[in-house]
Design a protein around this ligand. Sequence first.
Ligand code: SF4
Ligand code: SF4
Ligand code: FES
Length: 239
Amino acid sequence: MAEQTVQFKVFRYKQGERPSYQTYTVRVDPRTTVLRALEQIRQEQDGTLAFRHSCFHASCGTCGMKVNGQEVLACVTNVLELGTPVVVVEPLDNAPLITDLVVDMGDFYARYQPAGMPMIRESEFLPDSQVPEGVEHHMRLENCIECGLCLSACPVAGSDPLYLGPAALAAAWRMVEEPRGRDPATVLAWVDHEHGCWRCHAAFECSEVCPSNVDPAGAIMALRRELTRRKIGQLFGRR
Ligand code: SF4
Ligand code: SF4
Ligand code: FES
Protein backbone atom coordinates (compact mmCIF):
# COMPACT_ATOMS: atom_id res chain seq x y z
CA MET A 1 0.00 0.00 0.00
CA ALA A 2 1.38 3.42 -0.96
CA GLU A 3 2.94 5.15 2.01
CA GLN A 4 3.43 8.85 2.51
CA THR A 5 4.60 11.05 5.35
CA VAL A 6 2.36 13.33 7.39
CA GLN A 7 3.32 15.86 10.05
CA PHE A 8 1.67 15.44 13.45
CA LYS A 9 1.62 18.47 15.74
CA VAL A 10 0.91 16.96 19.13
CA PHE A 11 0.02 18.73 22.37
CA ARG A 12 2.51 17.91 25.12
CA TYR A 13 2.31 18.51 28.85
CA LYS A 14 4.17 17.00 31.76
CA GLN A 15 3.54 18.06 35.35
CA GLY A 16 5.64 21.06 36.31
CA GLU A 17 6.43 21.95 32.69
CA ARG A 18 4.86 24.46 30.30
CA PRO A 19 2.41 23.02 27.76
CA SER A 20 3.78 22.96 24.22
CA TYR A 21 3.32 21.33 20.82
CA GLN A 22 5.79 18.85 19.36
CA THR A 23 5.94 17.96 15.69
CA TYR A 24 6.61 14.44 14.44
CA THR A 25 6.85 13.09 10.91
CA VAL A 26 4.99 9.81 10.53
CA ARG A 27 4.72 7.29 7.68
CA VAL A 28 1.09 6.51 6.97
CA ASP A 29 -0.81 4.44 4.45
CA PRO A 30 -4.50 4.70 3.44
CA ARG A 31 -5.53 2.57 6.42
CA THR A 32 -3.57 4.37 9.15
CA THR A 33 -5.68 5.82 11.94
CA VAL A 34 -4.64 8.64 14.26
CA LEU A 35 -4.32 6.11 17.08
CA ARG A 36 -1.97 3.90 15.02
CA ALA A 37 0.08 6.97 14.10
CA LEU A 38 0.38 7.94 17.78
CA GLU A 39 1.48 4.40 18.57
CA GLN A 40 4.10 4.63 15.85
CA ILE A 41 5.38 7.89 17.35
CA ARG A 42 5.57 6.31 20.79
CA GLN A 43 7.30 3.16 19.57
CA GLU A 44 9.74 4.71 17.11
CA GLN A 45 10.30 8.31 18.11
CA ASP A 46 9.18 9.28 21.59
CA GLY A 47 8.37 6.79 24.33
CA THR A 48 7.23 9.58 26.66
CA LEU A 49 4.11 10.44 24.63
CA ALA A 50 1.04 9.56 26.74
CA PHE A 51 -2.42 8.76 25.40
CA ARG A 52 -5.16 6.34 26.32
CA HIS A 53 -6.80 3.53 24.36
CA SER A 54 -8.05 0.01 24.70
CA CYS A 55 -10.31 -1.61 22.10
CA PHE A 56 -9.16 -0.08 18.77
CA HIS A 57 -12.71 -0.34 17.39
CA ALA A 58 -14.90 2.47 18.77
CA SER A 59 -16.28 0.47 21.68
CA CYS A 60 -14.40 1.36 24.86
CA GLY A 61 -14.58 5.15 24.56
CA THR A 62 -11.08 5.70 25.95
CA CYS A 63 -9.27 7.19 22.92
CA GLY A 64 -11.27 10.43 22.72
CA MET A 65 -9.20 13.46 21.73
CA LYS A 66 -9.35 16.51 19.47
CA VAL A 67 -7.95 16.10 15.96
CA ASN A 68 -7.74 19.29 13.90
CA GLY A 69 -9.99 20.90 16.51
CA GLN A 70 -12.75 18.29 16.32
CA GLU A 71 -13.61 15.74 19.02
CA VAL A 72 -13.11 12.22 17.66
CA LEU A 73 -12.25 8.66 18.59
CA ALA A 74 -8.62 8.38 17.44
CA CYS A 75 -8.99 4.67 16.72
CA VAL A 76 -11.48 5.20 13.90
CA THR A 77 -10.16 8.48 12.51
CA ASN A 78 -8.35 7.88 9.24
CA VAL A 79 -5.31 10.13 8.84
CA LEU A 80 -5.34 10.62 5.06
CA GLU A 81 -9.09 11.21 4.98
CA LEU A 82 -8.51 14.28 7.15
CA GLY A 83 -6.93 15.83 4.07
CA THR A 84 -4.59 18.19 5.90
CA PRO A 85 -0.77 18.33 5.53
CA VAL A 86 -0.44 18.77 9.30
CA VAL A 87 -2.61 16.86 11.78
CA VAL A 88 -3.06 18.70 15.08
CA VAL A 89 -3.77 16.40 18.03
CA GLU A 90 -4.93 17.77 21.38
CA PRO A 91 -6.60 16.49 24.56
CA LEU A 92 -10.34 16.83 25.16
CA ASP A 93 -11.66 20.08 26.63
CA ASN A 94 -13.75 20.54 29.77
CA ALA A 95 -11.83 17.91 31.76
CA PRO A 96 -8.71 18.40 33.91
CA LEU A 97 -5.51 17.66 32.01
CA ILE A 98 -3.31 14.94 33.49
CA THR A 99 -0.56 14.68 30.89
CA ASP A 100 -0.15 15.02 27.10
CA LEU A 101 -3.40 13.67 25.56
CA VAL A 102 -4.76 12.19 28.79
CA VAL A 103 -7.51 13.96 30.74
CA ASP A 104 -9.08 13.06 34.07
CA MET A 105 -12.52 11.53 33.35
CA GLY A 106 -13.49 11.43 37.04
CA ASP A 107 -15.67 14.52 36.84
CA PHE A 108 -17.37 13.19 33.70
CA TYR A 109 -18.31 9.92 35.46
CA ALA A 110 -19.36 11.77 38.64
CA ARG A 111 -22.07 13.55 36.63
CA TYR A 112 -23.83 10.21 36.27
CA GLN A 113 -24.44 9.89 40.02
CA PRO A 114 -27.57 11.67 41.20
CA ALA A 115 -28.00 11.15 44.94
CA GLY A 116 -29.10 7.61 45.72
CA MET A 117 -29.76 6.83 42.07
CA PRO A 118 -26.74 5.43 40.23
CA MET A 119 -27.10 5.89 36.49
CA ILE A 120 -24.88 2.98 35.56
CA ARG A 121 -27.16 -0.01 35.27
CA GLU A 122 -26.45 -3.68 34.93
CA SER A 123 -26.36 -5.01 31.40
CA GLU A 124 -29.34 -7.02 30.35
CA PHE A 125 -28.68 -10.32 28.67
CA LEU A 126 -31.13 -11.77 26.23
CA PRO A 127 -32.31 -15.28 27.14
CA ASP A 128 -31.01 -16.45 23.77
CA SER A 129 -29.71 -14.80 20.63
CA GLN A 130 -32.65 -15.84 18.44
CA VAL A 131 -34.58 -12.92 16.99
CA PRO A 132 -38.24 -13.32 18.03
CA GLU A 133 -40.78 -14.02 15.31
CA GLY A 134 -41.90 -10.82 13.61
CA VAL A 135 -38.80 -8.89 14.70
CA GLU A 136 -36.25 -8.11 12.01
CA HIS A 137 -33.27 -7.45 14.24
CA HIS A 138 -32.30 -6.57 17.79
CA MET A 139 -31.83 -2.89 18.48
CA ARG A 140 -29.02 -1.69 20.70
CA LEU A 141 -30.63 0.58 23.32
CA GLU A 142 -27.67 1.60 25.46
CA ASN A 143 -25.45 3.33 22.92
CA CYS A 144 -23.31 5.61 25.07
CA ILE A 145 -19.69 4.45 25.33
CA GLU A 146 -18.86 7.18 27.90
CA CYS A 147 -16.15 8.67 25.71
CA GLY A 148 -16.69 12.28 26.84
CA LEU A 149 -16.53 13.76 23.31
CA CYS A 150 -19.88 15.47 23.83
CA LEU A 151 -18.78 17.12 27.08
CA SER A 152 -15.61 18.40 25.42
CA ALA A 153 -17.62 19.89 22.55
CA CYS A 154 -20.22 21.49 24.83
CA PRO A 155 -19.70 25.26 25.22
CA VAL A 156 -22.08 25.37 28.18
CA ALA A 157 -20.04 22.77 30.06
CA GLY A 158 -17.04 25.02 29.48
CA SER A 159 -18.74 28.00 31.13
CA ASP A 160 -20.87 26.28 33.81
CA PRO A 161 -19.00 23.68 35.87
CA LEU A 162 -22.28 22.66 37.53
CA TYR A 163 -23.99 21.83 34.24
CA LEU A 164 -24.92 18.15 34.21
CA GLY A 165 -23.74 17.88 30.62
CA PRO A 166 -24.98 16.08 27.52
CA ALA A 167 -24.03 12.48 28.33
CA ALA A 168 -25.53 12.46 31.82
CA LEU A 169 -28.70 14.14 30.54
CA ALA A 170 -28.94 11.59 27.73
CA ALA A 171 -28.60 8.83 30.32
CA ALA A 172 -31.37 10.47 32.35
CA TRP A 173 -33.66 10.44 29.32
CA ARG A 174 -32.93 6.74 28.77
CA MET A 175 -34.08 6.11 32.35
CA VAL A 176 -37.28 8.05 31.72
CA GLU A 177 -37.84 6.22 28.43
CA GLU A 178 -37.14 2.83 29.93
CA PRO A 179 -37.19 3.07 33.75
CA ARG A 180 -36.46 -0.60 34.58
CA GLY A 181 -37.76 -0.15 38.12
CA ARG A 182 -36.61 3.44 38.62
CA ASP A 183 -39.07 6.25 39.27
CA PRO A 184 -39.10 8.56 36.19
CA ALA A 185 -40.36 11.45 38.36
CA THR A 186 -37.18 11.25 40.47
CA VAL A 187 -35.00 11.27 37.37
CA LEU A 188 -36.92 14.23 35.95
CA ALA A 189 -36.56 16.13 39.24
CA TRP A 190 -32.79 15.57 39.00
CA VAL A 191 -32.58 17.35 35.62
CA ASP A 192 -35.25 20.03 36.14
CA HIS A 193 -33.14 23.03 37.18
CA GLU A 194 -30.89 25.79 35.86
CA HIS A 195 -27.84 23.51 35.63
CA GLY A 196 -29.87 20.65 34.16
CA CYS A 197 -31.74 20.27 30.90
CA TRP A 198 -32.84 23.92 30.80
CA ARG A 199 -29.21 25.17 30.64
CA CYS A 200 -28.55 23.66 27.19
CA HIS A 201 -28.59 26.19 24.34
CA ALA A 202 -29.71 23.55 21.85
CA ALA A 203 -27.08 24.04 19.13
CA PHE A 204 -26.51 20.26 18.97
CA GLU A 205 -22.67 20.34 19.03
CA CYS A 206 -22.74 17.26 21.29
CA SER A 207 -24.87 15.26 18.86
CA GLU A 208 -22.58 16.20 15.98
CA VAL A 209 -19.48 14.73 17.63
CA CYS A 210 -21.11 11.70 19.28
CA PRO A 211 -19.60 8.59 17.65
CA SER A 212 -22.34 6.29 18.90
CA ASN A 213 -25.67 7.75 17.73
CA VAL A 214 -26.77 8.75 21.22
CA ASP A 215 -27.99 12.19 20.08
CA PRO A 216 -27.63 13.77 23.53
CA ALA A 217 -29.13 17.08 22.41
CA GLY A 218 -32.20 15.25 21.11
CA ALA A 219 -32.48 13.52 24.49
CA ILE A 220 -32.27 16.88 26.26
CA MET A 221 -35.08 18.24 24.10
CA ALA A 222 -37.11 15.12 24.95
CA LEU A 223 -36.53 15.73 28.68
CA ARG A 224 -37.79 19.29 28.26
CA ARG A 225 -40.87 18.13 26.38
CA GLU A 226 -41.64 15.53 29.04
CA LEU A 227 -41.19 18.02 31.89
CA THR A 228 -43.37 20.55 30.09
CA ARG A 229 -46.04 17.92 29.41
CA ARG A 230 -46.13 16.92 33.08
CA LYS A 231 -46.23 20.52 34.31
CA ILE A 232 -49.12 21.38 32.00
CA GLY A 233 -50.84 18.17 33.12
CA GLN A 234 -50.44 19.19 36.76
CA LEU A 235 -51.90 22.63 36.01
CA PHE A 236 -55.00 21.02 34.55
CA GLY A 237 -55.19 18.24 37.14
CA ARG A 238 -53.85 15.50 34.86
CA ARG A 239 -50.64 13.49 35.31
S1 SF4 B 1 -26.75 21.07 22.51
FE1 SF4 B 1 -26.71 21.51 24.72
S2 SF4 B 1 -25.64 19.80 25.69
FE2 SF4 B 1 -25.24 19.71 23.45
S3 SF4 B 1 -23.29 20.78 23.22
FE3 SF4 B 1 -24.90 22.29 22.89
S4 SF4 B 1 -25.25 23.20 24.95
FE4 SF4 B 1 -24.08 21.34 25.24
S1 SF4 C 1 -23.27 10.63 24.49
FE1 SF4 C 1 -21.99 10.06 22.73
S2 SF4 C 1 -20.29 11.53 22.81
FE2 SF4 C 1 -21.28 11.59 24.80
S3 SF4 C 1 -20.16 10.16 26.07
FE3 SF4 C 1 -21.89 9.00 25.18
S4 SF4 C 1 -21.08 8.11 23.29
FE4 SF4 C 1 -19.63 9.69 23.92
S1 FES D 1 -9.64 2.57 21.50
FE1 FES D 1 -11.63 2.02 22.24
S2 FES D 1 -12.91 3.55 21.39
FE2 FES D 1 -10.98 3.96 20.51
